[in-house]
Design a protein around this ligand. Structure first.
Ligand SMILES: Cc1cc2nc3c(=O)[nH]c(=O)nc-3n(C[C@H](O)[C@H](O)[C@H](O)COP(=O)(O)OP(=O)(O)OC[C@H]3O[C@@H](n4cnc5c(N)ncnc54)[C@H](O)[C@@H]3O)c2cc1C
Length: 309
């Protein structure tokens, strides 16, 4: 449990005013946000607190923390989000997944989230864990994240700003992009306020997705998720699981230098800067960085992108 002995006065005052993410949108055309995950060890936790301090200095609009992703530490998500809000006065976004939880448990978790002054959730279905891959939802569970969106609205009215995941290339289990876009619309119709996308490397995929959603009448913000490439081999593995295409451009840049850590890092920064600039120039409503619990290289990318705005 993280203790908040030294909540500074500014953070305390800010907490009282802590906004919902949907409220930021009325005053900001583009937002900047970061995503972290709860580490499993005490050492990892100490490192994460230092990373949050560095990321806070970059003045993001909000910071999110995943829930159970990759078998991660479910119990710690809310501690991390509470720490972000109470120690740094930055809006926190708590991810929440339905898998392995009953509806009653979800209700209790949402109560807990509310009691900690957290006003923003990312409503997700999640995936069955590796040690229980055949888990199937029953009557007592939510099957899709749209059901979680509806539940949060029914039980908590407008207390939460609710975000959902979007998949520019279609979700890996739903190869029909139009159908996947219709499922996304369902999440919005059931109460979601905004979308954060899966990582992608071809900006055309993002703009086409926004176009498909717009044709369906979706006006909610679709914030692109950005993963700076730092390790090509891990990237190939991860994209295989989540369905993101490794484009020819990515292959051409990173394959030849995959054994050279420093060259990969530098090329990753340059690619992300180009990708982010093109997204913002094309009207994307902000950037959400998958930071992998490190401030760098996101700090370097952001400095360049902000410099040219
Ligand atoms: C920004 C972001 C953050 C994430 N954070 C986490 C995290 O913190 N923890 C974690 O474990 N995972 C996380 N994930 C991964 C996510 O949980 C998985 O991608 C999961 O497989 C899908 O979750 P979802 O909320 O999109 O599911 P859903 O929206 O429920 O969709 C799941 C599948 O069902 C289909 N579908 C949806 N509605 C219907 C319907 N009515 N009828 C039939 N089919 C339907 C969809 O097309 C899709 O194939 C994140 C993903 C993103 C993009």
């Amino acid at each position: 449990m993280i203790r908040h002995k030294h909540i500074n006065k500014f953070a305390k005052a800010y907490l009282l005013l802590m906004e919902k993410i949907s409220e930021i949108f009325s005053s900001k055309k583009q937002t900047c946000s970061f995503e972290l995950f709860p580490p499993k060890t005490d050492k990892g936790f100490a490192n994460l607190l230092a990373t949050i301090e560095q990321l806070a200095a970059l003045k993001p609009d909000f910071i999110s923390c995943t829930y159970g992703a990759g078998g991660g530490n479910r119990g710690k998500t809310l501690d991390v989000v509470e720490h972000i809000q109470k120690t740094h006065g930055i809006i926190g976004l708590a991810h929440l997944t339905c898998v392995l939880h009953t509806k009653d448990e979800i209700k209790n978790i949402l109560d807990d989230i509310k009691s900690r002054d957290i006003k923003n959730i990312l409503a997700l279905r999640g995936d069955p864990p590796l040690d229980n891959p055949d888990w199937q939802p029953g009557e007592e569970n939510f099957k899709y994240s749209s059901e979680l969106c509806a539940f949060a609205r029914e039980r908590f009215d407008d207390y939460f700003s609710v975000g959902v995941a979007g998949f520019p290339e279609g979700h890996v289990l739903c190869p029909d992009k139009d159908m996947d876009a219709r499922y996304l619309k369902q999440k919005i119709d059931h109460g979601a306020d905004f979308v954060i996308t899966q990582l992608f490397f071809d900006n055309k995929e993002y703009f086409d997705y926004v176009g498909r959603l717009s044709n369906l009448g979706v006006t909610a913000r679709v914030i692109p998720g950005i993963l700076p490439v730092t390790n090509y081999q891990s990237l190939v593995k991860f994209c295989g699981l989540c369905g993101t295409t490794i484009t020819n451009e990515i292959k051409e840049i990173f394959e030849p230098i995959q054994e050279d850590k420093q060259a990969t890092l530098e090329a990753g920064i340059q690619f992300a800067i180009r990708q982010c600039r093109q997204l913002l120039d094309g009207g994307a409503p902000g950037l959400h960085f998958y930071c992998l619990n490190k401030a760098s290289p996101t700090d370097k990318i952001l400095a360049e992108v902000r410099n040219t705005k």
